[in-house]
Design a protein around this ligand. Structure first.
Ligand SMILES: Cc1cc2nc3c(=O)[nH]c(=O)nc-3n(C[C@H](O)[C@H](O)[C@H](O)COP(=O)(O)OP(=O)(O)OC[C@H]3O[C@@H](n4cnc5c(N)ncnc54)[C@H](O)[C@@H]3O)c2cc1C
Length: 390
């Protein structure tokens, strides 16, 4: 058994770390200042400029196939890079990426949607959640009715990331109520904002905010069906599947950076004439955080590795998402405790992380949904205890 990184993995990880440290972290204080003034920490043109700079470093399209100019990296490498991105709270991500399900587009659609999204000329969002259907995504109601060569969409989506900025949405709609959502009754559509949907900003405890999308008789040409009619739910689940190991990978970077800050603080802050790190209460918080962080690391890397083996990654990814999201919440909470009053201020990024990481236990499958998947796999015998080693 070998738990080390290959030379190539280490090189890619170190280059990503170098880029984040040199080019992104210096922007942190300004990002914090802007966010305190309710502005985006990084605006769209600054993000683009950074992404183009990263392209020169060799980072462009981590998951994008080479024929579209991307790196097409194995999942393990993507996971390592997302951990590095997590080390900064500036809302940065490498460019050259598109939603995984946009590759189901036909040639015409690829020119109109996929390629411009990869190039950063268009912004997409993905919408399945509705006011009455989140965890229970099979309960969606937004309908698409066929009228000649068009489909007419009516209904509402909610909590859509990028929904305020996107110029098109990949939306999952019910096209055949009789067949039901799981029986081929849903279809994914590529819908330009100019076709008539509108977005409404939703305030949250995080920075920025998702949007509600409203569809009132939005007419969409049949050529804008993504994939096949009836394939919508399946594509939706595939979209969600990707984040299940990338979200906790990102969480790992946050936890590493935050714990590093706590260790430094514990070694310098003095009370009652000695360093707070000399107290067992503080030492235990640091020890528990390190243990959970390492446990999460290996669950996450195993989930990514499972993807690279071409195996069904759902069980491993659910464990990584559940544990990674819980771990980062617990670690950031302890890091705040170790910093005392300073941890609670907006001078430091800790309260920001505290708000940011709470979302990780909710979106792209709540903790409870991950538990449901993990236990169902075991109860029904789809997976053995101990996974592929069993
Ligand atoms: C900031 C943000 C961004 C998001 N981005 C997107 C996006 O881009 N696209 C998109 O489509 N969606 C997006 N979502 C939606 C997100 O995926 C859902 O919020 C999430 O799946 C939970 O659904 P819900 O909010 O309807 O909660 P509900 O499903 O109503 O659940 C409420 C609570 O009940 C629990 N629960 C539900 N059913 C069960 C059960 N059977 N057993 C035990 N507990 C249960 C849940 O775990 C949760 O704790 C986003 C959400 C947020 C907050």
């Amino acid at each position: 058994m070998d738990f080390s990184l290959s030379d190539e993995e280490r090189a890619v990880r170190d280059t990503a770390r170098q880029f984040i440290t040199r080019e992104v972290m210096p922007l942190e204080q300004e990002a914090l200042r802007r966010e305190r003034a309710h502005q985006p920490g990084l605006d769209r043109s600054e993000l683009r400029e950074l992404q183009l700079k990263a392209k020169k470093f060799g980072f462009w399209g981590l998951s994008t196939p080479e024929e579209y100019g991307g790196m097409d990296l194995p999942a393990v490498m993507q996971s390592l890079i997302w951990t590095e991105i997590g080390r900064t709270f500036v809302q940065f991500r490498f460019g050259g990426e598109a939603d995984n399900i946009l590759y189901y587009a036909n040639d015409e659609q690829k020119k109109e949607y996929l390629v411009p999204t990869i190039e950063g000329e268009r912004i997409s969002c993905f919408a399945i959640t509705e006011p009455g259907a989140g965890s229970d995504a099979a309960n969606i109601k937004l309908s698409a009715r066929r009228e000649g060569d068009d489909w007419v969409l009516n209904g509402e989506k909610t909590f859509i990331t990028n929904g305020n900025d996107a110029d098109f949405v990949i939306v999952v709609a019910v096209t055949d109520r009789e067949k039901g959502v799981r029986g081929g009754g849903t279809t994914a559509f590529l819908v330009d904002r100019s076709m008539g949907w509108r977005s409404e900003f939703i305030q949250t405890m995080g920075e920025g905010g998702p949007a509600a999308l409203v569809f009132e008789d939005v007419r969409v040409p049949h050529r804008n069906v993504l994939g096949e009619v009836g394939q919508g739910f399946e594509l939706g689940m595939q979209w969600i599947g990707k984040g299940r190991y990338l979200i906790p990978s990102n969480a790992l970077g946050i936890a590493e950076r935050a714990l590093g800050m706590a260790i430094e603080y514990a070694n310098t802050r003095e009370t009652f004439g000695r360093k707070i790190g000399d107290n067992q209460a503080i030492q235990w918080m640091i020890a528990d955080s390190e243990v959970e962080l390492e446990a999460a690391r290996w669950l996450i890397l195993r989930a990514a590795w499972t993807v690279d083996q071409g195996w069904d990654p759902r069980h491993a990814s659910s464990m990584a998402k559940l544990y990674g999201a819980t771990m980062v919440n617990d670690v950031v909470d302890r890091v705040m405790q170790i910093h005392g009053g300073m941890g609670y201020t907006r001078e430091l990024p800790i309260e920001r992380w505290y708000r940011q990481v709470r979302l990780m236990r909710i979106y792209e499958g709540t903790d409870e949904m991950q538990r449901l998947i993990i236990s169902r796999d075991l109860l029904r015998g789809y997976t053995k205890i101990g996974g592929h080693l069993a």
